[in-house]
Write a protein that binds this ligand. Structure first.
Ligand code: GLU
Length: 482
């Protein structure tokens, strides 16, 4: 069997969306699993909407997700160029070939004429499709249009009365009746190919063996099969992967929250969590385990286990997964990943002033409290701002005996500044005052942080050290006296 070659072929008309990222990922997984190759091709024939910035953003997003490819627009390869606007002469050559072999004809219809035609068909309750009007123009009529300076588009002659069958690797057998498809444009009058034409030529010339893409392209596939047939190209296999739906079962859109991969990056989702999460959007491994390392996913990915039914994007599951991956990071790595997020707060200098030990305690303290890295923004004030005492904490601090707890704790603060020493110190207060643990820990927490919940108190104290902890205790005692 031929070596597997797959491609991801984004149009640079916007940022990389979750759906596009999932298609890219499935191509990547299939390629690596099959020891094949992945090509990154840019389909920028929509001249108005395509932008180099989007191409760059898409590539950055794919790399951030942890994908790589063997050939493509950014790294070249034996089938260069990989950007469609740089391949126009290739499409023109094949268009001429189809024209010469009578598979295509020039169409002079204007946009207005086409619109009228569509409206008329729809008014009769029929499917709008091109009437084939220009198919039967005589040579003289064609010449007359050309003499008027009209620039024709090129239309493909759809064979009549044919059934086109796709043996889709995900959807099974799907048939299309050619009579439902009007002659379609393959080259626009400005010499730019349409998607259906360029995609076939590129996939064929680039030796693509499997076309894995979103379900929305299934309807395009019969048109593409016709071009394969006309140009006598070998057809690839097709696998159309199901839509991604929001939790309300509607097609995923902005309404459902963030849709572009970069937004997830900016919120502080970890790429390895998204890799895992996206892999499970429409694919499932054998067994129940959901937290899967990249290697496990690559090793077990098959198209047979890609589901035909739509995948539902479950944000809570992504959040849970992200937390699982956050828990796995060692403190230095977590610190590294948090850097840009800490840098964006007003506390970055204070964090930079901590010793490396204090920083690792800070990491331990915040790790369990974050869903994504950006949550650090809400956690840092706890360490570096003056506490504002929330109502529940006020109530705790109004209990009798609190002052004695705080004073005893202050006296007992150890010189050794580490979490274990602070833990022992809190326990010693419990013992000395003959109280229940919570009657020491709770007022101490409320006095020091102003909140009734939060990271382990001894960790927070270790980040502060003796001087700052004592300062906070004394301030709290003063407040009690007021
Ligand atoms: N450029 C197309 C898109 O972004 C690619 C479709 C395909 O993979 O054939 O939707």
């Amino acid at each position: 069997m031929n070596k597997v070659r797959v491609r991801f072929a984004p149009s640079p008309t916007g940022p990389l969306h979750i759906g596009g990222a999932r298609s890219a990922l499935f191509n990547y997984l299939f390629a690596v699993n099959q020891k094949g190759q992945l090509v990154l091709r840019v389909e920028d024939t929509d001249l108005e909407r395509s932008k180099p910035e989007y191409e760059e953003e898409i590539i950055t997003s794919l790399r951030w997700l942890g994908l790589n490819w063997d050939e493509g627009v950014d790294k070249g390869g034996p089938h260069s160029p990989y950007r469609q606007t740089e391949r126009l002469s290739i499409y023109q050559e094949y268009a001429q070939d189809l024209l010469d072999k009578d598979w295509a004809y020039p169409c002079f219809c204007t946009e207005e004429e086409l619109q009228e035609e569509r409206a008329a068909l729809m008014a009769q309750g029929e499917m709008p499709r091109y009437s084939g009007k220009c198919r039967s123009l005589t040579e003289e009529e064609r010449q007359a249009h050309l003499d008027q300076g009209r620039k024709p588009a090129l239309r493909f002659k759809v064979p009549e009365n044919q059934v086109y069958v796709v043996h889709d690797l995900v959807r099974g057998q799907v048939t299309f009746d050619s009579d439902n498809i009007g002659d379609f444009i393959i080259m626009k009058s400005d010499g730019i190919p349409t998607y259906n034409f360029a995609v076939v030529i590129d996939d064929a010339l680039m030796g693509i063996t499997h076309v894995i893409r979103a379900e929305e392209h299934l309807a395009n596939t019969p048109r593409q099969l016709m071009i394969y047939e006309a140009l006598r190209f070998k057809r690839p296999e097709f696998a159309h992967i199901s839509l991604i739906l929001g939790e309300d079962r509607q097609k995923m859109s902005k309404r459902h929250g963030s849709t572009s991969l970069m937004e997830y990056r900016e919120l502080g989702y970890l790429p390895e969590a998204l890799f895992n999460f996206l892999a499970l959007l429409g694919w499932s491994p054998e067994g129940e385990e959901e937290i899967l390392e990249k290697q496990q996913i690559v090793g077990s990915f098959t198209l047979e286990r890609v589901s035909r039914s739509p995948a539902v994007f479950d944000l809570e599951k992504l959040n849970w997964m992200n937390q699982q991956y956050l828990k796995k990071l060692d403190p230095q790595e977590l610190d590294k990943r948090l850097q840009p997020f800490i840098g964006a707060t007003t506390y970055s200098e204070q964090v930079a002033g901590l010793s490396s030990e204090q920083r690792s305690w800070l990491m331990e303290a915040v790790r369990e409290r974050m869903v994504c890295l950006k949550d650090i923004e809400h956690l840092l004030p706890l360490f570096f701002a003056e506490p504002s005492i929330e109502e529940e904490a006020q109530q705790v601090l109004r209990q009798p005996g609190v002052k004695e707890v705080l004073q005893t704790l202050d006296h007992k603060l150890p010189d050794e500044e580490n979490p274990e020493a602070y833990r022992q110190c809190l326990k010693a207060v419990v013992k000395e005052l003959k109280l229940k643990a919570k009657d020491v820990f709770m007022p101490a927490r409320c006095a020091l942080t102003g909140q009734v919940h939060g990271p382990d108190l001894n960790m927070i104290m270790a980040v502060w050290g003796k001087k700052e902890t004592s300062r906070r205790l004394q301030k709290a005692i003063e407040r009690l006296d007021d």
